[in-house]
Design a protein around this ligand. Structure first.
Ligand SMILES: [Zn+2]
Length: 130
């Protein structure tokens, strides 16, 4: 499975470093390591669109519990508690070593309104249409 929506197919997958180098019906090139995944499903990492991983990512930056389930991208902030300022948070996560997942975050209206109010000292404008 390649994640594009195309039908699944039997194939060899070559990995170089941390990236897929080739997918073909048969790859004959020598490899340092071979994993026999015959009769198994090989898929790109899954995206967990609703996590609260920010609570522990600095203690366990490899996010082993997610990776073992095939999850390689974590999305959070969907409950209205976006980590703001977002750029600073994502930079701090990106600096973690070792790290095994990528990180995305929603910026929710509630968080944006709260941040705007904190920065300006004013009551945020209504989120309801007039
Ligand atoms: Zn939640």
């Amino acid at each position: 499975m390649d994640g594009t929506g195309a039908p699944w197919a039997r194939a060899d997958v070559a990995v170089k470093g941390d990236a897929i180098a080739a997918v073909a019906p048969r790859i004959e090139a020598p490899a340092r390591r071979t994993v026999d995944a015959a009769d198994r499903v090989v898929a790109p990492g899954f995206i967990d669109i609703h996590t609260h991983a920010r609570r522990g990512i600095f203690e366990v930056p490899t996010a082993d519990n997610y990776v073992r389930q095939g999850v390689t991208t974590l999305v959070e902030g969907q409950d209205g508690s976006s980590p703001l300022p977002l750029g600073a948070f994502l930079s701090k996560v990106a600096a973690l070593r070792p790290r095994s997942t990528s990180r995305r975050s929603w910026v929710t209206a509630r968080s944006a309104r709260r941040s705007w109010g904190a920065r300006t000292g004013r009551r945020p404008p209504s989120s309801s249409p007039a």
